[in-house]
Design a binder for this molecule. Structure first.
Ligand code: SF4
Length: 305
């Protein structure tokens, strides 16, 4: 049954008030750089980078630190306060970890808060990246535990839970969320939100599927704006104090000024600039949105590495 539009308006209004209570006028802007792309051993059914699917996504090993530093500089210029270094794969082996450590050191030179999104990390790997200056670890659970086996068969949900738990125990900023529009039910979305709450994560990236040709989900319809907004509001109610950062699919589902509706439904952050395998939009558009809504970019203080 479709919800009554007035009740829905009220629902979004409460979600926005919860966002204001936790963050005031501050909106977290973050940017990412792809440090290693493609050939991933995992079979996540939405992902362009899995080795199981022929998607034409770029394939490269960990890039030189100078290239990461350049992207971090651009992220800082675009107003982002957090910068994520992303690498495909289940977990980095030692040579790859060394290259990622060098990338983190290079990115820290910009003064941004540097996060890593490089697969499942044990406590030792996190210690090494932290010693290089990483302040946060990102690792998505993607969806709820019951739906997860329908989208990934090469590892277990428990592997991802353990990675998030280890990150929390390591004392870093923990960012973990998921992707929506995979064919999951509302129950799966709620289960994901409740799992993230139980793990006490600091930040929750919310991605909306943009179907990738060549993947099993290539013909999956994209979510409507209303359904996407209801997901954001649901997560705001379950996780009132966590940053909800809207990432993949934002521009595809919310063209132009429609993007602003996300803040009015409880979102407290957005990813600016390009996505991993797709172009985003100029950061100036996000700056315009914030000004138009009386919001401002959050500043993050980073201690010297
Ligand atoms: S989502 Fe991550 S783990 Fe899954 S296939 Fe893509 S890069 Fe690999």
């Amino acid at each position: 049954m479709d919800p009554d539009p007035e009740r829905l308006h009220e629902f979004f209004g409460y979600a926005m008030r919860l966002r204001e209570r936790a963050f005031g006028r501050r909106i977290g802007l973050c940017a990412i750089a792809s440090a290693k792309s493609g050939c991933c051993s995992e079979d996540c059914s939405f992902c362009a980078q899995s080795m199981y699917y022929d998607t034409g996504a770029p394939e490269f090993d960990v890039v030189e630190p100078g290239a990461i530093a350049e992207q971090a500089k651009q992220a800082a210029e675009s107003g982002a306060s957090r910068f994520g270094i992303v690498a495909s794969g289940f977990s980095p082996e030692s040579k790859e970890l060394d290259a990622l450590v060098a990338a983190v050191r290079a990115a820290r030179e910009t003064g941004l808060s540097v996060d890593v999104s490089v697969g499942c990390l044990d406590a030792r790997k996190i210690r090494e990246l932290k010693a290089a200056g990483a302040t946060g670890v990102h690792h998505n659970l993607e969806t709820g535990p019951n739906f997860f086996p329908s989208i990934c068969t090469t590892h277990d949900y428990e592997d991802d839970i353990a990675a998030v738990r280890t990150a929390k125990q390591s004392g870093v900023y923990v960012c973990s969320g998921g992707i929506f529009g995979l064919g999951e039910r509302w129950e799966d979305r709620l289960e994901l939100a409740l799992t993230l709450r139980a793990l006490d994560v600091d930040s929750v990236p919310i991605n909306f599927l943009m179907p990738v040709p060549g993947t099993p989900l290539e013909n999956q319809p994209m979510l409507s704006q209303e359904e996407a907004l209801r997901i954001v509001a649901l997560f705001r109610f379950v996780l009132p104090k966590a940053h909800l950062r809207i990432a993949g699919g934002r521009h595809a589902i919310f063209p132009g000024a429609d993007r602003r509706r996300l803040y009015a439904a409880g979102a407290s952050g957005v990813m600016v600039g390009d996505y991993l395998t797709r172009a985003g939009a100029p950061a100036a558009e996000d700056a315009e949105d914030l000004t138009a809504m009386g919001l401002e970019p959050e500043k993050v203080t980073v201690e010297a590495a």
